[in-house]
Design a protein around this ligand. Structure first.
Ligand code: AMP
Length: 197
């Protein structure tokens, strides 16, 4: 099974690239942000809880997020593999993902970070907000908070998988197709590389 973590700050292009990777490799795309927005749109208890964190640019608690992710993975026993987009965002989520995959005799194949500067992501997110109407994309203070949360709470996930020999980084600026090519080249190199150390 392929289990790919698409990693990077908010606005780095994870969702756009995940949609293309899903088509090319026949993987199931799981975006925890999209799942929370779906729940919010339906005013479910989970959605209402998530909303109180999302509108401040904070992370939804691990217990809630991990439970939701587990349900989604377990709903696809036939899957050839998964692209995780926006998950894991904390070390606890990384450990939970590893054990969930281990239960299925699988493991993370690799993590790829899209490297984009703070100025560029702020510009992209504000542009996306005008189209999507996402409240957390329209307010510069919330965007700054999300970037800070990424640096403090989420970037250790890169190091966690780096220690397992699984973290990769690509330059995330260029055309959508350029970045997609860089991603595919990295994915196709996964098997060739020794893991560990
Ligand atoms: P995203 O669409 O990935 O930018 O996520 C939007 C918001 O959803 C984030 O700012 C968090 O509030 C929440 N969220 C999404 N994924 C996670 C996660 N893995 N852990 C905690 N909160 C999350």
């Amino acid at each position: 099974m392929i289990a790919l973590i698409l990693f990077g700050p908010p606005g780095s292009g994870k969702g756009t690239q995940a949609a293309k990777l899903m088509d090319k490799y026949g993987l199931i795309h799981i975006s925890t942000g999209d799942l929370f927005r779906y729940e919010m749109g339906n005013n479910t208890p989970l959605g209402l809880e998530a909303k109180s964190y999302m509108e401040k640019g904070q992370l939804v608690p691990d217990s809630v997020t991990i439970g939701m992710l587990r349900n989604k993975v377990e709903a696809h026993p036939e899957a050839k593999g998964f692209i995780f987009d926006g998950f894991p965002r904390t070390l606890a989520q990384s450990v939970a993902l590893d054990s969930l995959l281990a239960e299925q005799g699988a493991e993370v194949s690799g993590l790829i970070m899209l490297d984009v500067s703070d100025d560029e992501i702020t510009r992209r997110i504000l542009g996306r907000g005008l189209v999507s109407g996402r409240a957390d994309d329209l307010d510069e203070a919330i965007i700054r908070k999300r970037i800070e949360v990424y640096k403090n709470e989420t970037s250790p996930v890169f190091d966690y998988y780096h220690q397992k020999g699984k973290s990769h980084q690509i330059f995330g600026i260029g055309t959508i197709d350029d970045i997609f090519e860089r991603l595919c080249a990295t994915i196709e190199g996964f098997e060739a590389e020794p893991h560990g150390e």
